[in-house]
Design a protein around this ligand. Sequence first.
Ligand SMILES: Nc1ncnc2c1ncn2[C@@H]1O[C@H](COP(=O)(O)OP(=O)(O)OP(=O)(O)O)[C@@H](O)[C@H]1O
Ligand SMILES: [Mg+2]
Length: 210
Amino acid sequence: IPYKRGYLFYGVPGTGKTSLIQALAAHFEHNLCYVHLTHPRLTDESLRAAVNQAPKKSILVLEDVDAVFGKDREKFIKDSPLTFSGLLNALDGVGKADGQVFILTTNHRERLNPALIRNGRADVHIEFAHASDEQIALMFARFYPFSTPAMRQSFVGNLRSALASRVVTPAALQHFFIMHRRSTASKAMESVQGIVTELDLRADEQRMLE
Ligand SMILES: Nc1ncnc2c1ncn2[C@@H]1O[C@H](COP(=O)(O)OP(=O)(O)OP(=O)(O)O)[C@@H](O)[C@H]1O
Ligand SMILES: [Mg+2]
């Protein structure tokens, strides 16, 4: 039985899917091979050739797989010669060389055809979600390494009350911490309202675009 593994990273934008892929590649000293499925001249044959040429110890990354084929295998990129079965065949070829894995990413797992992510292809599905209290505290600690556990807890408490029923992504938190990188931990603790103001602003902009 060949040892092969495929992964699906799914969840809302800004929760660390791409960042984790980069961290995994660095940690395990694997090459990262990005496959751009939306390329208009990608054929079944060229995809298969690309997969076969991937070096040993490499992670093949196929981002936003929901952009190419829908749940009923319908094709979204009109001029592309790639077929759904061509994609499946290519994925089945990953892992012939030692240490090869693939990672698919999507913001919408429910929009994928089950054949793409069934066992034997994407065996491990990992959901990336909005920041948990623990993640918020860890990020605070990362940016303010000299803060006390009590300060971390009150940052979480302040932020949760300012957020009320809203949720926050790790990406939005990172933005806040970078903006406050010259402030003290106490100043950051007092400024959590800024995260919420920014979230509401972004949500308004989004509504205007739609
Ligand atoms: N869990 C996390 N912990 C720390 N930082 C995070 C985390 N998730 C995201 N970030 C930060 O937020 C930014 C965006 O994250 P990333 O690009 O990995 O999100 P993504 O899940 O790939 O989003 P998308 O679905 O839009 O591609 C990065 O700069 C990253 O450092
Ligand atoms: Mg990403």
